[in-house]
Design a protein around this ligand. Structure first.
Ligand code: PRP
Length: 188
């Protein structure tokens, strides 16, 4: 299967160097806030993976990891349905733990609102949210974000963990999708 990036990429929104510089700043900020707290980082699959692996390399405090997968979008859909469900739950007991949720993007806020409710019910010491991208213009549910990498405009973005029809998550930058393109799964 051939997928040519230039068929899909309108422009680079955040270059790789910009991402890495901001993630280093976030790492310093989070490290200072979590001294002595042994935080549990919870990465929301799948989009949060690239951000998590770069962010954790910038942390100067001991921490552990777990993963959670939730679904709010149909395959290939660009809009949130507003209904969220757990596809894969944590392996860790989070009672009395300081939890930091690591997410790639907060859009309508439905996904994060649901995750926070689920985690709060399990008796953690604290729950904070760290998102690489924040598309505030699209918010439907208010979520208190503690750490934001970049506030971005209401554009369809992909790369650096974010998919375009499940592809291109490996791009080292965040790009904007060309309007009107056929998604990879729509190609014949
Ligand atoms: C994306 C993103 C968030 C969610 C944000 O996940 O990773 O989890 O959408 O949208 P919301 O604020 O409107 O709820 P997606 O469902 O695309 O799954 P993925 O991370 O596996 O790509």
């Amino acid at each position: 299967m051939k997928l040519a990036l230039d068929e899909y990429l309108l422009e680079v929104l955040i270059p790789a160097e910009g991402l890495q510089a901001r993630i280093a700043e976030l790492g310093r900020e989070i490290s200072a806030d979590y001294v002595g707290k042994n935080p549990l980082l919870i990465c929301i699959l799948r989009g949060g993976v690239m951000f998590l692996t770069d962010l954790m390399r910038q942390l100067a405090v001991p921490h552990t990891l777990d993963f959670m997968a939730v679904s709010s979008y149909g395959a290939g859909a660009r809009e949130s349905t507003g209904s969220v469900r757990i596809l894969m739950d944590l392996a860790t007991d989070i009672e009395h733990r300081h939890v930091l949720i690591v997410e790639d993007i907060i859009d309508t806020g439905h996904t994060m609102h649901y995750i926070v409710q689920v985690l709060q019910a399990r008796g953690p010491a604290s729950v904070r949210i760290c998102t690489l991208l924040n598309k505030a213009e699209r918010r439907e549910v208010d979520v208190p974000i503690d750490y934001v990498g970049f506030d971005i405009p209401n554009k369809f973005v992909f790369g650096y963990g974010l998919d375009l029809d499940e592809y291109f998550r490996n791009l080292p930058f965040v790009g904007v999708v060309k309007p009107g393109v056929f998604l990879p799964s729509q190609r014949v």
